[in-house]
Design a protein around this ligand. Structure first.
Ligand code: TRP
Length: 365
């Protein structure tokens, strides 16, 4: 039977350091959920096997980034005493589940997945998509269902993956037995958090565009990046009225700034609405707004840097955390897989009834 516990599973591909887009898009929420005490089990996965689906020729990159992502997780406040942090490839049950789920999904269904479509375009894969990459939504369904996750906190680009997972769950439960749990996605309410642009105003932060602010950036790096941010190109003189929509400085403020930041750093304004109104009226320069954004972001990032400094001093301990987490994760996945195999009737040696019935059949002849 599906469980009635509240369980979280989510993860990231280790293809680079995590940036502030990951933070407001998902990481910050994961930490809040973890600390809410409302969840019975929390699994946070470093998806190295998925990262290899489009980096098969570069395993070293994936390997190097595992520790980066782990440090980013820990420094954001994911706590190994409350959340199981683990590495996908170390839970082989996930691969086995994927193999059976492949029978429940059609090629045309995968071809319709908007995220995969988009990623194929981004990678110029059109004519040469690795089969593993094409089928990663299926492996992602295994990641989620192995833990009987009820809740998957992710960025909104991952919604098609959760939908695919739900279809697989319904199909499995319908054909075999009610073993799997249908998960729900949880995305941030605030739209600016879901779509944090790059510092150049590009819709997406990406390493190749060199427009990211990383969680591991130094205070000076962060300050420089903020001061160089793209703003409203028509806001030339201070007295000109400015636009806040599509202005990354204000999108970042939407995502990061809280009322208390005004009290602390800019008491001339009560809140963001007042600041925006002034900017739109004209008479407020970009440099002032950027300086404020810098104060706000430094305040948010400093505790993250502080925790990172502690974990960086004991890297073997970080690997131990991942190893222990992987062992715990595998135990859980093994329970689900055993139930799946029983439902699929591929548990031959556990099934005394089957053995007795076959013996009887041949005994009768
Ligand atoms: N696809 C996710 C990403 O690109 C990583 C991921 C793998 C994941 N398996 C998952 C996320 C399961 C949530 C649930 O970062």
């Amino acid at each position: 039977m599906a469980e009635s516990k509240k369980i979280i599973l989510t993860g990231d591909r280790p293809t680079g350091k995590l940036h502030v887009g990951h933070y407001v898009g998902s990481l910050r929420q994961r930490v809040e959920l973890q600390n809410s005490g409302e969840y019975d089990e929390i699994y946070i996965m470093i998806a190295d096997a998925q990262a290899l689906t489009d980096n098969a020729d570069n395993p070293e990159k994936v390997r190097q980034n595992i520790i980066e992502v782990a440090l980013d997780y820990l420094s954001c406040g994911l706590d190994p005493a409350k959340s199981t942090l683990f590495i996908q490839s170390q839970v082989p049950e996930l691969t086995e589940m994927s193999f059976y789920y492949m029978n429940l999904v059609t090629v045309s269904r995968l071809q319709r997945n908007p995220t995969v479509k988009n990623e194929i375009k981004l990678r110029n894969f059109e004519a040469s998509i690795p089969v593993g990459f094409f089928t990663y939504p299926i492996s992602q369904a295994a990641d989620i269902t192995a833990f009987q996750a009820t809740t998957v906190p992710v960025g909104d680009d991952q919604l098609p993956m959760i939908e695919q997972t739900r279809e697989i769950v319904r199909s499995f439960n319908h054909i075999y037995d009610e073993v799997l749990t249908e998960p729900e996605a949880l995305i941030p309410q605030n739209e600016s958090c879901r779509r944090l642009p790059g510092i150049d105003g590009n819709a997406k932060m990406s390493k190749s565009l060199a427009n990211c602010i990383y969680l591991s950036d130094t205070p000076e790096d962060v300050r420089k990046k903020i001061m160089s941010m793209f703003t409203d190109p028509n806001h030339i003189r201070v007295s000109d009225p400015g636009r806040v929509e599509g202005n990354p400085v204000f999108t970042y403020l939407d995502a990061f700034c809280r009322r208390e930041h005004f009290e602390k750093f800019w008491p001339e304004y009560q809140n963001l609405d007042e600041l925006k109104a002034h900017y739109m009226r004209g008479g407020l320069g970009d440099v002032k707004v950027k300086k404020f954004l810098n104060e706000v972001m430094q305040a948010e990032l400093e505790p993250i840097r502080e925790r990172r400094r502690i974990y960086e001093k004991d890297i073997p301990e970080v690997y131990r955390i991942l190893q222990e987490g992987s062992i715990r994760a595998e135990k859980k996945a093994a329970v689900t897989l055993a139930r799946m195999k029983a439902a699929m009737k591929i548990n031959y040696f556990d099934d005394q009834e089957l053995i007795a019935a076959q013996a009887l059949k041949y005994g009768e002849e």
